[in-house]
Ligand binder design. Sequence first.
Ligand SMILES: NC(=O)c1ccc[n+]([C@@H]2O[C@H](COP(=O)([O-])OP(=O)(O)OC[C@H]3O[C@@H](n4cnc5c(N)ncnc54)[C@H](O)[C@@H]3O)[C@@H](O)[C@H]2O)c1
Length: 262
Amino acid sequence: MVVGVGGGAVTDLAGFVAAGWLRGVRWVAVPTSLLGMVDAAVGGKTGVNTPAGKNLVGAFHPPAGVVCDLATLATLPPRDLLAALAEVVKCGFIADPAILGPVEADPAAAVAAGSAVQRELIERSIQVKARVVSADLRESGLREILNYGHTLAHAIEKVEGYSWRHGDAVSVGLVYAAALGEAAGRLDPATAGRHRAVLEALGLPVRYDPGAWPELLATMRVDKKSRGARLRFVVLDGLAQPSILDNPSDELLASVYREVSS
Ligand SMILES: NC(=O)c1ccc[n+]([C@@H]2O[C@H](COP(=O)([O-])OP(=O)(O)OC[C@H]3O[C@@H](n4cnc5c(N)ncnc54)[C@H](O)[C@@H]3O)[C@@H](O)[C@H]2O)c1
């Protein structure tokens, strides 16, 4: 049995080692970061990031168990904790709107390590991810909704040479995906606007360099999640109603970027 105690990098590595040892031994994740708790440790994706890119070396190997001790969050740098809340907000928009109310009502409690509000947010986010990955471990369909906001986010991370926190990039990506859904006639303006409001209330970034669009678009095209040269975006048809926007036009993508980065 392998036990990984640490942030997402550690639990990803522990799971990957467990997947390879004797062609797979049991492992337990003990995530100590908020991102680890709500995302990395749940779902069975394990691996190591290499200079060639993220998500290229790894294995699907679900843990036998995940143990979250919320007391560990007390020593996590507050900025890391905040960034991870972008994934929590994502879970609220794609599947569990009950996550959004407490964040809107008291953003300070949401970012306060160990608060009762934060505990509820963590539990609900884990339930969202666990439900989705239980239905679709190997990403043949439903699991793709977890990529909400991630198409642009991954491009920002790459353009920034991975110096941005993942959650910060996801925050910008969520605002973009919401505006894209609205511009495509899928999402109502109120729900789209709610993305920016919630993320801004937490203190997360909601826009990125207006001049970076050509580089971001080129980067998204080589993202492994796009099929061939066609870009696929997870968008919302309504609150908690994720769907796919396949092959949107370059004009639409660029005009939405102009709008959200201005
Ligand atoms: N497998 C998946 O599905 C999945 C999903 C999302 C992210 N990830 C991976 O997770 C990693 C990011 O996870 P992360 O945000 O936890 O980053 P991380 O593991 O790199 O940890 C960030 C920093 O925080 C420190 N740290 C962790 N817990 C702490 C604590 N309680 N107190 C003080 N310091 C602490 C770590 O030592 C590290 O220096 C990336 O490698 C990413 O690829 C995997």
